[in-house]
Design a protein around this ligand. Structure first.
Ligand code: SF4
Ligand code: SF4
Length: 327
């Protein structure tokens, strides 16, 4: 039993997989930015992106399920050449699905991506966009020079199309700390953010999600360079909150890679902590990875969630998930 499972067991809680409600697809690692906190190590030179063949295999499987939300992450999902194809196929399904894109808003201002705002509006795509601070210095420090101004311009454009104003055009922001500390209260920060964004930039948004930085990939290297990795882990472990366990995103989400492999969450995907195909375990097959199209949803809840020390990043304080605070 690892140290995280031990903490959960001692608290009397049980980390249990439920029926999946969200399919999160990490469409690849290509991005125009190289943010310090990025757990994907995404960047402009990354070659890993989903192919049309994999999109079709994922969507063929999805169409047979009742999973109601598709959450697209990356990288910058819109940089995948088949992004529009993927959305149009989902909108062709008989059953309505909510589609979320984890948008890096600066891409809207890059040549060749001018189609994004109108396209997202037309297909009622829910936007979740990173906005780690309402002050330019902190954002530029964490995400790169010029990112603040470019994001502001993009959000103003999205507002002008009705985002965060019309009920079916949702735009949420994500805050994550600019260093080795936990996010403040989501409720309090939302009030400050709403006021500052409106007053200074005339920007409206729906909800603010506070997300804890996960000590893996680029953020772990940053902490290591500053001699803060161990201290940050201690903070996460000491801040364990058992009330978050039943609401962790791995309980109701299937995370899938650009190749179609299945994981419990995007963090496990980056750490290559994959799930194994129960039907292949006894066989001589070399690749025992579980691929999305091989999942039998009747047996899904029998597969244990793979945990490790980084899971304390999800249970610290008020907890952290792709939808912000947990408890
Ligand atoms: S955090 Fe988002 S915008 Fe920044 S490099 Fe990673 S994927 Fe790109
Ligand atoms: S890191 Fe992933 S597996 Fe671990 S608690 Fe968080 S969501 Fe669950």
């Amino acid at each position: 039993m690892n140290i995280f499972d031990q903490a959960v067991a001692e608290s009397g809680e049980v980390l249990k997989r439920l029926s999946p409600e969200i399919l999160q697809i990490n469409v690849g690692k290509l991005c125009n930015l190289t943010c310090l906190h990025c757990h994907v190590n995404a960047g402009p030179k990354r070659k890993e992106i989903i192919t049309r063949e994999t999109i079709d295999k994922i969507l063929d499987w999805l169409e047979t399920t009742d999973i109601k939300t598709i959450d697209l992450t990356g990288g910058t999902p819109e940089m995948v050449p088949d992004f529009q194809y993927m959305i149009e196929r989902i909108r062709g399904f008989e059953q309505w699905r909510d589609i979320i894109t984890r948008l890096n808003a600066t891409i809207i201002n890059e040549p060749g991506y001018e189609w994004i705002p109108e396209f997202h509006k037309k297909h009622k795509i829910i936007i979740i966009a990173s906005m780690p601070c309402y002050s330019p210095d902190n954002v530029n420090e964490q995400r790169g020079e010029g990112v603040f101004d470019s994001s502001i311009k993009a959000f103003q454009q999205l507002n002008s199309l009705g985002y965060a104003q019309e009920p079916d055009l949702k735009m949420h922001f994500v805050y994550n700390p600019n260093g080795a500390f936990l996010p403040p209260s989501q409720e309090t920060l939302t009030i400050d953010y709403k006021q500052a964004m409106k007053e200074h930039f005339g920007i409206l948004f729906n909800d603010l999600y506070c997300i804890t930085n996960m000590p893996i990939a680029r953020f772990a290297s940053y902490l290591k360079r500053n001699g803060e990795l161990e201290k940050y882990y201690d903070l996460l472990v000491q801040s364990f909150n058992s009330k978050t366990v039943s609401g962790l995103m791995c309980t109701n989400t299937i995370n899938v890679s650009w190749l179609g492999e299945v994981f419990d969450c995007d963090f496990n995907q980056m750490l290559k902590l994959g799930l194994e195909n129960p039907d292949e375990l006894e066989s001589k097959a070399e690749d025992k990875s579980l691929y999305l199209w091989d999942i039998n949803l009747q047996k899904w809840t029998d597969i244990a969630i793979r945990t490790a020390k980084h899971c304390f990043g999800c249970t610290a304080g008020s907890g952290s998930s792709c939808g912000g605070e947990v408890a």
